[in-house]
Design a protein around this ligand. Structure first.
Ligand SMILES: N[C@@H](CCC(=O)N[C@@H](CS)C(=O)NCC(=O)O)C(=O)O
Length: 196
């Protein structure tokens, strides 16, 4: 398998994490965003959105971290990371939705604005959305070790990356002690790899 990333991409980190936890060897192709390699015509053929991550497995190409996580979980992870029963699959999906909404438009974009890698938009608006996401995570994790199904799933991988770096975006994890403890639990999982 081949994974296209940029060195700082949190969304690519999600896929690197699952590949590592699944012990799946892969080749990493690092694109240089300063040289706009993710907008080059050759790369746009792989992902018309011009974003990383992109996962290539033989003749199959997947863009978007969620699609990559779903593919890897179902192809290599049995029932562990994404179960096939109706309730389990829907439970995981709820948290993928939080990851793709409050955490993406809140934590990711808020951090981007704060550290100067996102030029457009309003920090306060992003921060409000991000704080809503953290409150939802805290509510769930107060009485549960994992987000879905009582065990680590791709819900945890998807929500972990931008939550763990949220303090860089001005979000206070100390005010969300159950989230902070869960971040440590994810980091203790076999195969966890750090951000580049
Ligand atoms: N929903 C997408 C978001 C991907 C994304 O935001 N990728 C960023 C890097 S973390 C990127 O490539 N940004 C460049 C751009 O949007 O032009 C996913 O989960 O993969």
């Amino acid at each position: 398998m081949k994974l296209y990333i940029t060195s700082t991409s949190g969304n690519a980190w999600k896929v690197r994490l699952l590949l590592s936890m699944l012990k799946q060897p892969f080749e990493t192709i690092v694109l240089d965003p300063d040289r706009k390699e993710h907008k080059a015509p050759e790369f746009l053929k792989l992902n018309p959105r011009g974003q990383v991550p992109v996962l290539v497995d033989g003749d199959k190409v997947f863009w978007d971290s969620t699609a990559c996580l779903v593919y890897l979980a179902r192809k290599l992870g049995g029932e562990q990371w994404l179960p096939t029963d109706a309730a389990g699959m829907a439970e995981v999906q709820q948290w993928l939705a939080l990851s793709n909404n409050e955490l993406h438009y809140g934590l990711q974009w808020g951090r981007g604005k704060k550290i100067g890698i996102r030029a457009i938009g309003d920090y306060e608006e992003y921060a409000m959305y991000g704080r809503n996401g953290l409150a939802v995570l805290e509510g769930r994790l107060k009485n549960n070790e994992w987000l879905a199904c009582g065990r680590p799933t791709i819900a945890d991988i998807a929500c972990y990356c931008y939550t763990s770096v949220a303090p860089e975006g001005g979000f206070d994890l100390a005010a969300h002690p159950s989230v902070a403890a869960w971040v440590k639990r994810v980091e203790a999982l076999p195969g966890w790899v750090k951000r580049v």
